[in-house]
Design a protein around this ligand. Structure first.
Ligand code: 8IG
Length: 270
């Protein structure tokens, strides 16, 4: 229990958002939340039947994300009877709206009844065998943002943060899936080659600008967490080419079917 005023206010805002979502979707509660990051949007349609979809800004306390191409939408999906709350787009730390804006989505998912959250992202990979378009299970993370999404003396255990049970289900679905350690940077710049050397030295194999802060709050809210990265580029300095946002979108389209299949199966079995 964390009774820091900032936490209580964030939870109260999440309750208000969840109430609005129940109203807008006609679903009194949802079981699983899916947050779709860069490159994952084409996979969304394979999750199940869309029950309702609207701009995230229709829900109180949400701001429109500044990137992602499609502006931030919320979708309620019926995955063979499982009500799934799908966030198409997210708020990033580099948008400078603060950690509460970054984590409002997962707080809201918990308030909406979700017992598990699937956090997806597009990221850079440090393993040269992960060609663009390779999905990787997140086994653990390193928070290099310098920020904490928690308020006050709130001591949250982060062992087994990324659910061994859900990771196991993913490997049953697709035994070829690799696992990595995700290092979250604040961004918005990509890393320098020297920073990638640092990440490799401290045990990171994936680099991105999301997910870790959301995972921490998801744990604090009691949700089970699955993290899935789509490697869209080799990390800086590894390919001899500069990093390019177009590459990200192209990798997402190429891998959409494989990722959509994994998502669709995992939400049904979670
Ligand atoms: I897509 O190489 C994508 N997002 N920090 N580094 C960081 N974020 C990313 C990268 C990357 N690729």
């Amino acid at each position: 229990m964390n009774t820091h005023p900032s936490t209580l206010e964030a939870d109260a805002r999440a309750q208000q958002s969840a109430a609005a979502i129940a109203e807008l979707t006609g679903q009194p509660s949802h079981d699983i939340a899916v947050v779709l990051g860069s490159g994952w949007a084409p996979a969304a349609d394979l999750l199940g039947d869309t029950v309702a979809e609207f701009p995230i800004t229709d829900v109180p306390h949400f701001a429109a994300p500044v990137v992602e191409g499609h502006g931030g939408r919320l979708r309620s999906v019926d995955a063979d009877g499982v009500p799934v709350l799908v966030f198409l787009g997210r708020t990033h730390l580099y948008e400078e709206r603060g950690v509460d804006a970054v984590t409002h989505g997962v707080r809201t998912a918990a308030a909406a009844g979700c017992r598990a959250v699937v956090l997806t992202n597009g990221c850079g990979g440090l393993d040269p065998s992960w060609t663009p378009g390779t999905p990787v299970i997140i086994g653990d993370h390193i928070n290099l943002t310098g920020a904490s999404p928690l308020h006050g003396a709130h001591f949250v255990d982060l062992t087994h943060l990324y659910s061994p049970r859900l990771r196991g289900i993913c490997r049953e679905i697709d035994p070829t899936l690799a696992e990595g350690v995700y290092a979250q940077f604040r961004g918005p710049m990509y890393e320098t080659p020297a920073e990638i050397t640092m990440v490799r030295t401290i045990g990171g194999t994936l680099v991105g600008m999301s997910t870790a802060l959301e995972a921490i709050v998801s744990r604090a809210c009691g949700m089970e967490i699955l993290g899935l990265s789509l490697v869209t580029n080799l990390a800086a300095g590894m390919s001899g080419e500069p990093l390019d946002h177009e590459e990200v979108l192209a990798a997402g389209h190429a891998a959409a079917e494989r990722m959509g299949g994994i998502l669709a199966q995992v939400v049904r079995r979670a």
